[in-house]
Structures are given as C-alpha cells and as structure tokens.
Design a protein around this ligand. Structure first.
Ligand code: FAS
Ligand code: PHB
Length: 390
C-alpha cells in the first residue's frame, strides 16, 4: 500500500490531522493499535480553546460542538472558604473557552472520516515507523496475523504518550524533559447537574478539587489523591464527602450527588521531547508532550501541533516549499513550553504538596489572594487559560 501521509494514532490529534489532509485532497491512512470502541470509551479532556474550536470548524466537524458545547466566559477559584471568579471574557477582551468532552469530539471526527470513506486501520499490532531518516519512510504492522507495509512521504506520530513513534527515534537524537507530581487525580462522571454553571478549581488543605461538566445534566468531578490510591478504595460516598469537604459551604450544600458511571485515577506529569521532528516523521500531541490537566492544555496543545503541521504539509504539496515543515518543531515547542509552564504553575498553586505542608498552604493562599485582587495577575492567568495565540 502507498499513501502520502501515514498517521499513527486515531485519537483527536490523528483524526483532526487526517480530516484536514482529506479536505485538502492529500491522501492519508490512520493506523491504531486498538478498536473504535476502545477509543470512544476513554474519558479525558473537557475544555477547548478557541484555537481548537477554530481548527475543528476548519475541518468541517464543528456542527455538534456548537450545538451541544457550552461556551464559558469564566471559572471560579476557591480557597480559604472564599470563591473568586476569573472573568475570562472581560480580562482577555472577549475570549472564552468551550466545554465539550474530548470523547464527543473524537466521535464527531470518527463519524466524519467514515462518511468521507477515510481509511482507519484498527487493531494493528506491532506498529513500527521506519525509514523516516531517509527518503523512503514506511510503517509496518500486523493485522489479522498478516504483516503489512505502507510506504509514504511522511509519518505523523499521533500515538500518545505510550505510542511507538517516539520510541522509534534513536536515543541520541532526542532530549526528554520530565517532572512527575507526587499525587494523582481521581475523576468521576455522574449524571447529576453540575454544582455550578462554570468550572470551579478548589485549593484546600485536604487537597485540590475540580468541578467540571459535560452538559447541564452530566458532571465531571476530580479530587487530588495519593499515587498509592486505587479506584476501588474510593466508594461514591467517600468521593462525594471528600469533594464537598474541599469546597466552600455555599457550593457543598447545594451539590447534587448520585451514582458515578465512570471512575478513574490519572497520574500527573509534565513531559516534553525535543525536537518534535525526525526527518520525515513528526511527533504530534501526547506523543511529544504531556501536561498535568490542571490547566486544561493537553488536548489543546495537540490541536496547535496539528495546526503547525497541516500548514507545513499543505505548503509542501501545494507550493512545493518545505519552509513551514522545517519550522514545525520550533514553532510547536515554543507554544508547548508556555503551556507546560502554565500547567505547572496552576498545579503548583492549587495542589497540596506533601513536602511543603502548612507553610506551603499559606503561601498558596497568599498567592491566590493577591492574584484574585490584581487585575494584572488575573489577566495573566486568563490569557493563558483561554490559550495563547498560535
Ligand atoms: P491520544 O493518547 O488521545 O491518542 C493516541 C492514539 O494512539 C490512541 O488512540 C492509541 O490507541 C493510539 N496508539 C498508541 N500507541 C500506538 C501504537 N503503538 N500503534 C498505533 N496506535 C497507537 N487533557 C486535558 O486537557 N484535560 C483533561 O482532563 C485530561 N485528562 C486526561 C486523562 C487521561 C487518563 C489521559 C491519559 C489524558 C488526559 N488529558 C487531558 C490529555 C488528553 O486529553 C490528551 O492531551 C489527548 O488525548 C491528546 O490527544 P492525542 O495526542 O491524539 O493522543
Ligand atoms: C474536564 O472537564 O475533564 C476538565 C476540565 C478542566 C481541566 C481538566 C479537566 O483543567
């Protein structure tokens, strides 16, 4: 088989890139190691920057997002029993974010690809990108016990943190930066109305909590937990009690609780590789970087990577120039590192760290008190939260 671009990974970055290539008439094939059902069973991000929404619109897949997504003009920070709204719309001169689950965005992208007759090879085993340091890149894999090979012009490694593309890069050609946080997030989904019409990021001596949503009838909640915790240690009752303890009384008292239908623990890390291009292979999204979800940047960084890469691929095929492809890694990393910094700062500000104790809590509360009473500091937070320019 031969195509122009092989995309490894059928998550949001792979599907978005594939749709933009298809719309431009550039042949592409997506290969994933799992099936569609597995991909759609994942519960992940919930907040989309305007840049991400714009790219989804450009791909022609934004109809349900605009119909069902929830535009948010602000969010709340709670600490020391108080509640402060960060007015994104006012502080950024009219920008906002869209609350729309990554699972639904992925579903929209999959359905559009299927309608267009786009090729996705699911359940591919032992996917290996090769030849990307030369002029004959190709991807091999087994499917139904048969080894297959796809020759191509370029490979897009959209295969996430645990994927094959980054691992195929020779050790000496890649530099890794990593920070592991000493806690995780326990998240649930429940069909109960959200406690607040906007997100609440809670700093509390017992630990961080986040009140988010997927719709006006479906809530997404998180509490900071120990890395030693297991999901089975957290009954719904324990979760709801702990969540309410970490919120100011006026929120805790009105919280509607109910049975969770999804419960999972995610570890938190900051991770970046440099560069993000290796000859004819480009790393995209979580394959190249991971951020703690505190700043809601993971999915949005995958989108800006796709933006920079599609610009390069269109220029290559339509204008016979490689300037934008040559600039991909530097452009993407410039925005990645700013988002990694922001996600680290939000995580450091809001979580309970075992080694800083009560002093650390007081420092966080002082910073939050300053931040919520300083237009300059709130503006800096708001500009980063809505997403810095591409
Ligand atoms: P993805 O990981 O989404 O997709 C990679 C795809 O590649 C998968 O379909 C996988 O099956 C496939 N793949 C992997 N290895 C392969 C191989 N060897 N061969 C072929 N295919 C392979 N971000 C937020 O902004 N907010 C959140 O709350 C949030 N919560 C998260 C919770 C969890 C548990 C995780 C893991 C991530 C979370 N993220 C969150 C980040 C997440 O949303 C990512 O940023 C987003 O999924 C990135 O999309 P992709 O780069 O497409 O990678
Ligand atoms: C979510 O809704 O899953 C969500 C929202 C904001 C975040 C992280 C996760 O910062």
């Amino acid at each position: 088989m031969r195509t122009k671009v092989v995309i490894i990974g059928s998550g949001p970055s792979g599907l978005l890139l594939g749709q933009l290539l298809t719309n431009a008439g550039i042949d592409n094939v997506i290969v994933d190691r799992v099936g569609k059902e597995h991909i759609l069973s994942r519960v992940r991000a919930g907040v989309l920057e305007e840049g991400t929404v714009g790219l989804v619109d450009r791909a022609g897949v934004g109809e349900r997002l605009h119909r069902e997504g929830l535009p948010h003009d602000g969010f709340s920070l709670t600490f020391d029993g108080r509640d402060h709204r960060i007015d994104l719309f006012d502080l950024t001169g009219g920008k906002r974010v869209m609350v729309y689950g990554q699972t639904e965005l992925t579903r929209d992208l999959i359905e559009r690809r299927e309608r267009d007759g786009g090729v996705v090879i699911y359940d591919a085993v032992n996917v290996v990108p090769s030849g990307f340091d030369g002029d004959h890149p190709h991807v091999t894999f087994e499917k139904d016990g048969v080894t297959q090979r796809i020759d191509c012009d370029f490979i897009a490694g959209c295969d996430g943190f645990h994927g094959a593309s980054r691992k195929a890069v020779p050790e000496g050609a890649i530099k890794t930066f990593e920070k592991i946080y000493p806690f995780g997030w326990l998240g649930i989904l429940a069909d109960v109305p959200p406690v607040n019409h906007e997100l609440i990021y809670a700093n509390h001596p017992r630990g961080f909590a986040l009140c988010s949503m997927r719709s006006e009838t479906r809530s997404r909640y998180y509490v900071q937990c120990s890395l030693d915790d297991k999901v089975e240690m957290w009954s719904d009752d324990r979760f709801w009690d702990e969540l309410r303890r970490r919120l100011p009384a006026h929120h805790a008292e009105v919280m509607v609780t109910g049975p969770s239908f999804e419960k999972s623990i995610a570890p938190l890390r900051s991770f970046v590789v440099e560069p993000m291009r290796f000859g004819r292979m480009f790393l995209v999204g979580d394959a190249a970087h991971i951020v703690p979800p505190t700043g809601a940047k993971g999915l949005n960084l995958a989108a800006s990577d796709v933006y920079y890469l599609i610009e390069g691929l269109l220029e290559h095929y339509q204008e016979k120039s490689d300037a934008a492809l040559d600039a991909y890694s530097a452009r993407a990393l410039s925005r990645v590192w700013k988002a990694v910094r922001f996600s680290w700062s939000m995580t450091t500000l809001l979580h309970r760290f075992p080694d800083t104790g009560d002093f650390g809590q007081k420092i966080q509360e002082a910073e939050l008190d300053y931040l919520t009473h300083s237009r300059a500091a709130s503006t800096a937070m708001a500009e980063n939260y809505v997403g810095l320019p591409y």
